[in-house]
Design a protein around this ligand. Sequence first.
Ligand code: 0A1
Ligand code: ZN
Length: 864
Amino acid sequence: MLTNIGFNPEEIMTQNTLTKRLSDYQPYPFELEMVRLDFRLDPDATQVRARMAMRPLRAASALELDGEGLVLRKIAVDGRVLAASEYTQSDTGLVIHAAALPAQTFTLETEVEIAPAANTALEGLYMSNGMYCTQCEAEGFRKITYYPDRPDVMARFHVTVAGDAPVLLSNGNPVAQETGRAEWVDPWPKPAYLFALVAGDLVAHSGSFTTMSGREVALNIWVRKGDETRCAFALEALKRSMTWDEQVYGREYDLDIFNIVAVDDFNMGAMENKGLNIFNSKWVLASPETATDSDYERIEGIIAHEYFHNWTGNRITCRDWFQLCLKEGLTVYRDQSFTADMRLGPVKRIEDVSALRARQFREDRGPLSHPPRPDHYKEINNFYTATVYEKGAEIVGMLRQLVGPQGYRDALDLYFERHDGQACTIEDWLKVFEDSSGRDLRQFKHWYTDAGTPRLQVSDDFKDGTYTLEFTQKTDQTPGQGDKPARHIPIAVGLLSDTGADLIETKILEMTEPRQSFVFEGLSQRPVPSILRGFSAPVVLEFDTGHPPDSAFLLAHDSDPFNRWEAGRRLALQTVVAMAQGGAADPSYVAAIGALIKDGAADPAFCALCLALPSEDQIAQALHEAGKSPDPVAIHRAREALATALANAHEDALSALYDAMAVSGPYRPDPEPAGQRSLRLAALALLRRIDGGARAQALFDAADNMTESLAALGQVVAAGVGEAALATFRDRWQGDRLVMDKWFAIQLTASAPDQALSRAEKLVQDPLFDWKNPNRFRSLMSGFAANHAGFHRVDGAGYRFYADWLLRLDPLNPQVAARMSTAFETWARYDLTRQSLMRAELARIAQTEGLSRDLSEMSARMLG
Ligand code: 0A1
Ligand code: ZN
């Protein structure tokens, strides 16, 4: 035996066996034809009986079932109770030895007991405010019963629920309902992660939908009593989603009933369980007094997202969890397109790209960078990331650009035709595009398998009527991935004349080489290029310093709204970065914003986006990308100074705009009044720098809707005069959990950096800080971490406070603790002092005894 070699071989073995690898995939050796589940609900001792019809696909295979935290009461094969010697139980499951199994189809029966009231991790069957609910994606079903809990094992479910709750729901169609008992049959085979059960004292807001083939579908949104008055918007959004999926993708709903349930304790946003979507109540309930315009827009988008999963995720699912972006990237792409169609397309695109840069580019620049399709993980819950979701959606958008709108529709038709009812891979997905378009997508596939954001450098030249654009692409190394091959990048380009007219129609250039030139002939003047229109690829565009683009010109003239906004953002970033290093506000930027404010033709929502300055985190990222270490205090001051300069220069115009954009009449969440409000509030934010918060206080006092009330509250807090408004708001809303979440968050994001920590320390003492509720925990902690200079205090006290709370949450809810640990993912950006303080907190987390697998993987990856 080898000893004393500097590491513990046993530990290494465990480490390696904990890592799951794509290359290890093996099909399951049994087909699960049918499963019957009988639940007898009890908070402390729920009985779950499962009967599964299993057909062996390979001779003499042992039967492996996943199972965690279950008390096994019975196990039988074809009615014969197994002897203890015929199976092996462990912490993670159960293996029935091959000798105990018949060679032909057999019935496996198990009975287990679980305790939903003790389930604080909110995975599997748990309780929220006295109501039973489930969350099974990704691997929660194994906490309900012994089962092959993997997405490629699909079965028809027949579920009976017995319990004393008035409403008992599961997937599929109801086949029997009586007091204390309900039976549900789902005719569509599905993986266990789509199973759901809900039981409680709920009321429904109901409606119906007639599908394109004339079938009537009952629609219900189930909520706690009292919340039914806040469901109308979500129900209408659901109907719009159903219509859109029929019209745009030809996809019809496939059950007689579609249920949505709102729960207050939920780790994520929502979940697409077949026929029984479960939502974080935050993303269902809306009323003008309690929800903001952006809440309404998000609710519509999330309702659509979960509904669209019915085809992209449920009818066609993933073979294994490495393929998660197959369902998520496509479904995000679909919900983004839906919102773009329901609202203002270009504004939606700008919002999506801003979110992509804020979350995914940030992730890709740091130690957590991973490919949209990772090839290994320890805990799959850690891979529900911006890269899998948002970058996954960008990849679908690029495919659409490469094959065109009709080519995309043809490919999707083929995808549904070929793969309906299957569990698929990224290879299957790309193959339908190859087969339907005739294109070779082998190089394109690197977008799925390679991590990192490509940097695209551009230079240009004009001679004798010929204009040349030369691009160079480079993707930096990322954890575990060294040199990267060139990607296939669609670059949408326009050329403008010196008066701002389009000289050509937008052209998609296809870059496939590390360095590549594109030539435009027959031009009478040197054009102004508009590159990467609509953000046609998720890359960082860098201009050759010899010929920087005339951003002010593009901001004034570009016919592509995305690139117009982008030019303004580039100017804002350039000037604020210079100011953070001691420079002054760039007069050409200040003038360009003045012109925009006075340009009555621009859409208000678009204008509002142009007036919003980049966040402090984005400025820090820009400095880091430019090779400088960001100073959070200097960034905060520079951003404030730039806003003050804009307000001083354009006070009259901003004030006039603020008055002109007041919306009269009762509140409507529609895009047009919402756009006006957003412009009005963007003006308010700038004016706050010079009016001491007076306008914001007046608006706070007068507002009849949450959009204005909350924005005004943020501004008075930021102006340092918010205490009275915070108290008023708390008095008014203390009984409303969703509104109180906003109260916790806004005072931390908006407060002066040097007060953020003391405020957070005070807020954790507030009796309303129910830290076991994920929404409340996130509101306070993410609100604090979003106060960039407050979180990054140079004494490290912000980091310590945050890490202490992660460690406190981890034993109860590892999933949320792990997700929120990403506040530390940017450590490498900062100066050595902050780096070592952040790393020290990560090391303290990593070394904590009994740490969850979730948080342990995250802290280890961040430490590198
Ligand atoms: N599939 C859901 C997201 C989701 C993932 C995991 C969850 O619990 C661990 C819950 C929801 C979606 O994309 O909406
Ligand atoms: Zn999803």
